[in-house]
Design a protein around this ligand. Structure first.
Ligand SMILES: Cc1cc2nc3c(=O)[nH]c(=O)nc-3n(C[C@H](O)[C@H](O)[C@H](O)COP(=O)(O)OP(=O)(O)OC[C@H]3O[C@@H](n4cnc5c(N)ncnc54)[C@H](O)[C@@H]3O)c2cc1C
Length: 227
């Protein structure tokens, strides 16, 4: 299991196939068989470099991932994975939030990103309180999130359905899913999400998924790094 953010993780569940399976499935095109590690690895590199992607779909991997809801919203956009989430219709949330220690500043020249600015500190007013500095804002967020969960529980106690009460829950609440990928689509995901244009938080998950997958499919991820 690899930790991600303050309380999240990516856990290996299992996988199907291997680098060798990818090569074998490619060789079926002409009824061939393994030609030993060196030639097989060379073929896998050739396949990857030349976008012969379907053999990479013969290998699969499943992760259990705990991530905040706003990261899950980005993760879910990748349609070619198989997903199943914890449901807040069946379970009640705990006080389990992502609380960053450092706040990034909104970039002035790129709407998509926020920057780490060393000599900058966030300042804000909320509910009649003033918050100044990273720790103060984090403590403020923690307080606000607890209020949301308390409101949630009051709504449920009043008889309101969990499926409606959950609308008060904050985006940084952690959720857990199973996420299964074939390697072709996992690599597409990693190229987009283990990338500086992606939000820093989802990058941490992509890096952890890549580290786990690279252990199981070392030739494939050597090819990904090379081409
Ligand atoms: C930096 C960044 C910023 C983004 N910003 C936004 C945003 O502002 N708003 C927003 O809504 N989304 C945003 N996205 C999500 C983005 O638009 C894609 O939905 C997401 O990256 C999934 O990509 P995908 O479709 O390639 O992946 P998948 O859905 O996993 O699909 C994998 C591959 O399968 C094929 N495929 C899957 N479905 C189809 C289909 N219906 N037709 C044809 N081929 C298909 C394609 O080859 C595709 O590349 C952002 C993504 C990134 C990385």
């Amino acid at each position: 299991m690899i930790k991600a953010l303050d309380k999240g993780f990516v856990e290996y569940i299992d996988h199907m196939g291997s680098d060798q399976r990818i090569v074998e499935s490619a060789r079926v095109s002409y009824n061939g068989h393994s030609k030993g590690d060196e030639k097989d690895k060379k073929l896998l590199f050739y396949l990857y470099k030349n976008h012969h992607s379907s053999p990479f779909e013969m290998a699969k991997i499943t992760f259990k991932i705990k991530m905040p809801l706003f990261v899950a919203a980005q993760h879910n956009r990748h349609r070619m994975q198989n997903l199943n989430y914890q449901s807040f219709r069946y379970t009640e949330p705990e006080e389990d939030f992502y609380i960053p220690e450092k706040w990034r500043k909104q970039s002035s020249d790129n709407k998509q990103v926020s920057d780490i600015v060393e000599d900058w500190e966030p300042k804000m007013k909320f509910s009649g309180f003033n918050f100044k500095g990273h720790k103060d804002v984090s403590d403020g967020l923690n307080f606000f999130c607890k209020e949301c969960v308390d409101t949630y529980h009051s709504m449920v106690e009043s008889g309101i359905g969990r499926e409606m009460a959950r609308m008060v829950l904050p985006q940084n609440l952690y959720t857990t899913c199973y996420s299964t990928w074939d390697l072709n689509n996992l690599i597409k995901y990693l190229k987009l999400r283990d990338h500086s244009h992606a939000q820093w938080e989802i990058q941490q998950y992509a890096k952890a998924m890549k580290e786990i997958a690279a252990e199981k499919f070392p030739w494939t991820f050597e090819a990904v790094g090379k081409f």
